[in-house]
Ligand binder design. Sequence first.
Ligand SMILES: [Zn+2]
Length: 441
Amino acid sequence: MSLEITAVGGFNEIGRQSTAIKIDEQVFIIDLGLHLDHYIRYNEDCAEDLQKKSVSGLRKAGAIPDWSSIRDWKKNVSGIILTHAHLDHIGAVPYLAHLFDCPIYGTPFTIALLKQILLDNNMDLPNELVSFRGSLDVGAVKVEFIRSTHSTLDTAMVALHTRHGIVVIDNDYKLDNNPTLGLPPDVARLKELQGKVICHIGECLYAPAPAKTPSEQVARQLLEEVLLETNTANRAVFVSAFSSNVARLYSIMHLGQAMGRKVVFLGRSMAKYLLAAQETGLIDIPESVLILKYGSEANSFFKKNKDLSGFLVVCTGHMGEPKAALSKLLDGQYPFKFKQDDIVVLSSKIIPVPHIIANRKDLLRRMHQRRLRVFDEVHVSGHASKEDIRFLLETLSPLHVIPNHGVSHMTHAFIDLAREMAIEPSNIHDLREGDRVTLIK
Ligand SMILES: [Zn+2]
């Protein structure tokens, strides 16, 4: 009879999310993510593509979770459960999952995306990949995916129904009651769990922000204003966004069509996310839309189309990653030359860490040098702000809480809120990587 939680990665840091939960004799690992800042620095490549790398190199670079803190639990691992398809949650799966003799569970889109990554990089895993929505019994524990919303599709909050109570993990989420694609969060189900939740592990990234995170509808509206109300005649128009934000890409695709332009998605990671979404029936991409997955396809497209005024090109690179499409375009690595007043829309906000801030600054400098017209931060976040977190804590009324997915000032903002909401101070656990907390002995 025991319930213990180990902070494997992503506690008091942003990235390489991983939490291990031991329920009696069974262990579940929730997420195995990459630390994107460390990964980009190690790889100096596109943040949204995975490549074959040595595990020891990645570990030394701090790019993957240090699983040594659960070495003693290794034989008890019953499942690796993935909350959603972002690389800071699933990106270490191809490197670490084989160490654990268990299936990998996720929603259909998350598993489809993982398969795309493995296929694209010639990687293989011995673990069974199991996709489901709703719930599934794994040994004595019922694993439930509760529908949530975030900046990628098919995101779930995970509820582990144990004999000790329910453990709810919700990194990452926002409470978007009017999503542009898919359904709103299943708040009715969350309410049913009220009072039965022994522990809630929740993201604190924007806990300091006294706000409710706006709906993705707002981002669509912002994009609509920029793309449909700007005079783009005779100009090349590029939009750069996270390839994982499929709802955003889908909005951009429809707006491109409304502009009377042919839409082109550029790059491997764009292709992977779009194809996984199409394969799982979440979007429908018309044949007129071009998806140029490989450099050779992009090269022949740009050679054939010197005038891009009839196209809307969607690409990665908004964070200034040196090897991503936008940087390559600026550096002349494709047979394409920007002209003065060509338009670049950055539909994102960067992860605010020093290396990425420096890359982005350099990207803006290079675009300014070429006298491009730049629309920056045409974006809303996919993460919960303080008032979303308050709503979730009120709804679940957990006995214990553990903040994660944030550095110390974010963690402290979450803790202050939990205290304000009368959660017993001794039941608020501020964990660091490698820490273990015993809730039931
Ligand atoms: Zn995420």
